[in-house]
Design a protein around this ligand. Structure first.
Ligand SMILES: [Zn+2]
Length: 273
């Protein structure tokens, strides 16, 4: 096991790093308004944010699955390295039986596609029914600014390319020992996956938070990519509290590696697991 792999219950989970996402620090937002937002930007201290883009390989008795799929070839040569990481792990795309999405955003879903064909020719795609309903609703699309509409094109492409292999999921167990963990806010149907093992459990929490140093200390800090910022704050707080209380290991789309959440005098901290 490398530090990029964990054994949980009957599964081996391996982190696949797709690339590094950079954005100007002014994508930070704060639930308490502009003064708090400026304070958050100042405490970040750098002009840009840089975060990992992750997806995960799951190997177990039921076969080979992925959690999210990275960007594929859609975001250019700085991204898409999850495909090589998957090959290095000895897995070819046609062996992947399913891809479990956390939400319908490009850095999580575009790796499903090779142009207009399925990069994973035999995979089912598990997608939150709430997210697919939202991202196929023309009225919801109209209500959003252009820059927030990427998910709508992806939802259309997903249904066209994967067709009957799109599996809409709500709550409950999706694979043995793996449950959907609703985490709405970043997108309406944003979900995590809780892998329950005997001694330890792992919550793959997608984009519940992006900045592992900053947001646990002040969960009211968000990013402009959160479609419902208020709900995202409530979800972030609940997820941090649940993970701290239950001792879950956490990992996700953008924090580095696998972590453990601890309570601190001000907020929470994520320490390497
Ligand atoms: Zn993301």
């Amino acid at each position: 096991m490398t530090d990029h792999s964990l054994h949980i219950g009957q599964y081996d989970v391996t982190l696949l790093l797709d690339g590094l996402f950079e954005a100007p620090a002014d994508v930070l937002i704060h639930a308490d308004g502009d003064v708090a937002r400026q304070h958050a930007i100042a405490s970040w201290g750098k002009p840009t944010l840089q975060v990992d883009v992750n997806c995960f390989l799951l190997r177990g008795p039921a076969g080979i699955f992925l959690f999210d799929a990275g960007t594929g070839s859609s975001w250019g040569p700085k991204y898409g390295h999850a495909r090589a990481a998957l090959r290095d792990a000895g897995v070819s795309p046609d062996e992947v039986q399913g891809v479990l999405l956390t939400h319908i955003h490009g850095d999580h879903a575009l790796g499903l596609f090779d142009g207009d064909t399925a990069y994973f020719p035999h995979a089912e795609v598990f997608v939150s029914e709430r997210d697919i309903a939202f991202f196929t609703d023309p009225a919801e699309r109209e209500a959003l600014p252009e820059a927030r509409r990427g998910g709508f094109k992806i939802a259309e492409q997903l249904q066209r390319v994967y067709g009957a292999r799109v599996r809409r999921i709500g709550a409950g167990e999706v694979l043995p020992g793996i449950e959907v963990h609703p985490l709405p806010g970043h997108t309406p149907g944003h979900i995590g996956y809780l892998l329950r093992g005997k001694d330890r459990s792992l919550l793959l929490w997608g984009d519940t938070l992006h900045l592992g140093d900053l947001q646990p200390v002040d969960p009211k800090i968000g990013l402009t990519y959160d479609l419902d910022p208020g709900q995202a704050v409530r979800t972030r707080l609940a997820a941090l509290e649940d993970a701290a209380r239950e001792g879950w290991i956490v990992a996700g789309g953008h924090i580095t590696g696998f972590g453990r959440v601890t309570r601190d005098t001000d907020g929470y901290r994520i320490l390497p697991a």
